[in-house]
Write a protein that binds this ligand. Structure first.
Ligand code: ATP
Ligand code: MG
Length: 407
């Protein structure tokens, strides 16, 4: 018989084992979550989910089946299975047998020997042999979105309650990460479409004004020629050809700007760095361009597109108007949001008195619209001889919420 003392010690030991196992599980879950957060592409998130679930459960093989809105299997990813076996399974399995049965379940399913299960239909030729099984549904807001299939724990031994629990907890995080990635892709598509509409409007407005200007000049030239005032006709022709040259330069620069894109596999930081290096090249050696750009700016895809375009337009303005020795792009994370500053030490101007001439001045106005469209603010600080600073501030989503809460 055990004395009360040894029983206590036994209980304490057992308890401490449980606590340390739970700690290890929490640590693993936390690490899994961080790994998931690194991915932006849906396909990469899905692959991470299946790889991580295999590691967390100690399974030899893992698979992830994803459902579309109609409940049909739309993707099937595996982990731990070699190319040949993967090819024999085919692009998408038929979805019958245990695989199909899992997709209809709301609770996890554990089986010590798969072949004994009534739904088991055996494996196709070339498929690795599998013994123990753990299936965990992935649900988002009460709806089945897919299922995790784990087999052969430590080479075939049964999965236990702890394995089931950790994969179940992980599947909740996975569901959120998958949903986020899907939403992000949708926003990306929307951002590109909104951007196309805006650019076609800008091109239309800009070109319409340039062509209108050239037309007016051409009529004037005709009039001067009729009146035999050749000197005046020549002056106007010179202006016309300068305008055409400038329009051509701007179209080329516009194309460079459009070629630079942000996307799920291209960060804003990379896109800006690439644009600035090409811009330096276009600028030549007379102006120095400095940059301080953080790797991660925590912006949504719509905000990324707008910041990219604002920095591009500000830099174009410095090239066209500033005659600066130094231009700098500084992006910094502040307590309340992200601050983007493009400054130059050039000739400056009076922002309150931008001339309304025939020539279009859309840049500053469009930058303001872009910043405001994504919840940001836009300011220009400039004076003759004092350089120019364009400042855009995008508040953090949390600080916007708390500010709204205060009001
Ligand atoms: N960095 C700068 N340095 C000096 N002047 C500037 C600078 N940025 C803008 N300006 C002045 O402000 C005016 C308005 O700029 P804005 O970008 O709106 O139009 P634009 O560059 O003339 O034409 P668009 O951008 O439509 O091609 C410019 O014409 C220029 O006089
Ligand atoms: Mg401009």
């Amino acid at each position: 018989m055990t004395t009360p003392d040894t029983t206590d010690r036994g209980d304490a030991e057992q308890l401490s084992q449980i606590v340390s196992r739970q700690n290890a599980q929490l640590k693993a879950l936390n690490e899994a979550n961080l790994l998931l957060a690194e991915e932006r592409l849906v396909s990469s998130v899905l692959q991470r989910v299946v790889d991580i679930s295999r590691e967390l459960s100690g399974a030899r093989y893992a698979a992830l089946g994803m459902l579309d809105e109609t409940g049909q299997l739309k993707a099937f990813l595996t982990s731990g299975i070699d190319e040949r076996a993967r090819a024999s399974i085919g692009e998408l399995p038929s979805g019958k047998g245990l695989l199909g049965a899992m997709l209809e379940r709301t609770e996890p399913l554990r089986i010590d020997k798969m072949s004994d299960h009534p739904k088991s239909e055996g494996f196709p030729p070339g498929h690795p042999d599998m013994t123990s099984f753990l299936g965990v549904p992935i649900r988002y807001k009460g709806r089945a979105v897919g299922s995790l299939y784990l087999t052969d724990k430590d080479g075939g031994s049964p999965f236990d309650q702890d394995d089931e629990e950790i994969v179940r907890l992980f599947s909740n995080q996975a569901a959120v990460a998958i949903q986020n990635a899907l939403l992000n892709e949708q926003i990306q598509v929307l951002a590109v479409e909104t951007e196309r509409t805006r650019i076609s409007r800008e091109m239309h407005d800009g070109l319409a004004q340039v062509l209108g200007y050239i037309n007016t000049k051409a009529q004037a030239v005709e009039q001067f020629m009729t009146n035999k005032d050749l000197d005046a006709a020549k002056d106007h022709l010179k202006e016309m050809s300068e305008t055409a040259r400038q329009a051509y330069r701007e179209v080329r620069e516009g194309i460079l700007a459009l070629r630079t894109q942000v996307g799920p596999d291209r960060s804003l930081s990379d896109a800006l760095t690439e644009f600035i290096s090409e811009f330096r090249y276009h600028l030549g050696s007379s102006t120095k361009v400095k940059q301080t750009i953080p790797d991660n700016m925590n912006l949504n895809p719509l905000q990324e597109v707008q910041i990219l375009r604002i920095v591009q337009e500000s830099l174009t303005n410095t090239r066209k108007h500033a005659q600066a020795a130094t231009v700098s792009v500084v992006i910094s994370q502040q307590n309340e949001g992200l601050l983007v500053e493009v400054s130059d030490d050039g000739r400056g101007f009076n922002p309150m008195a931008v001339k309304r001439e025939e020539w279009p001045h859309l840049g500053l106005q469009t930058m303001q619209e872009r910043a405001e469209a994504v919840g940001g603010t836009f300011e220009v600080e400039s004076a003759r001889g004092k350089g120019t600073k364009v400042r855009v501030f995008i508040p953090n989503p949390t600080s916007v919420r708390s500010r709204r809460d205060d009001s």
